[in-house]
Ligand binder design. Sequence first.
Ligand code: CAA
Length: 262
Amino acid sequence: MNFQFLKLETEGRVWTLTLNRPDALNALNAALLNELGEALTFVEKSFPKQCLGLVITGQGEKSFVAGADIKEMRGLNPIEAETFARRGQSVFRQIEKLPVPVIAAVNGFALGGGLELALACDFIYASDNARMGLPEVSLGLIPGFGGTVRLARTIGLNQARELIFTGDMIKADQALALGLANKVLPQAELVAAAKKTLETIATRGPLAVQSSKKAALEAYDQDVDLGLKTESNAFANLFTTRDMNEGTAAFVEKRKAAFTGE
Ligand code: CAA
């Protein structure tokens, strides 16, 4: 696929999507958001035959994504601003609901919409120069692409409130301590480390990984009883799959499973 502001590397079964607008520190304008939506739809359709995992990162050594494009955004009227926020939210929701696991490889600034994008991924690996924050209050705004919803879910309400109210940027080691980043790596090793984790996941049953991602996301919004019901339904559904048959047979026969995503 050809994009103006994205690079999608589709070799192998773990793909890499790079936001590629380095002159603006990969800030999200409307065109980039649209391209992101198209690329995600392509990833979705490529599961499970071609794609079993996705790394999302930013071009260059300085920035993952420095937020929504402030220069473009500031000309919007309130109705257009709501449409813009809804658009960003829906593209990030698409990431959250992708059938494949997604790691945000945060290679520098992840601010505003950039951190919100990373929060919509399944988890975050950060380079040692990463800086994360929701600085919208410094612009007289609040986060508009899901930050008030997802940050608290990841690091807890009070830690989230402090970051949102102050607009402060935190460093990679603080992000690690807060549970915002799962790992901190030297920048040169960041994307390779994310790919390696996804390659490991890609050896597991693809339908099982997809199902666990979906169940964990759904159950998060449900009370315990409903969450457990969601889980047992998903568990039962996997008993109709060839992969479950293969995975359990491979255990009994003491060999490696050959999953096909069926
Ligand atoms: N929008 C548009 N352009 C941006 C941008 C953004 N979010 N962030 C950086 N840029 C542009 C700069 O304007 C600059 O372009 P010019 O050379 O044409 O002036 C270029 O990228 C390089 O940036 P800086 O010169 O500012 O680089 P720096 O190293 O001095 O500072 C920075 C880096 C601290 C990240 C700084 O660029 C910055 O504060 N950026 C804005 C961060 C921000 O406020 N993000 C939130 C946006 S609002 C949002 O995201 C709302 C939402 O939830 C949807």
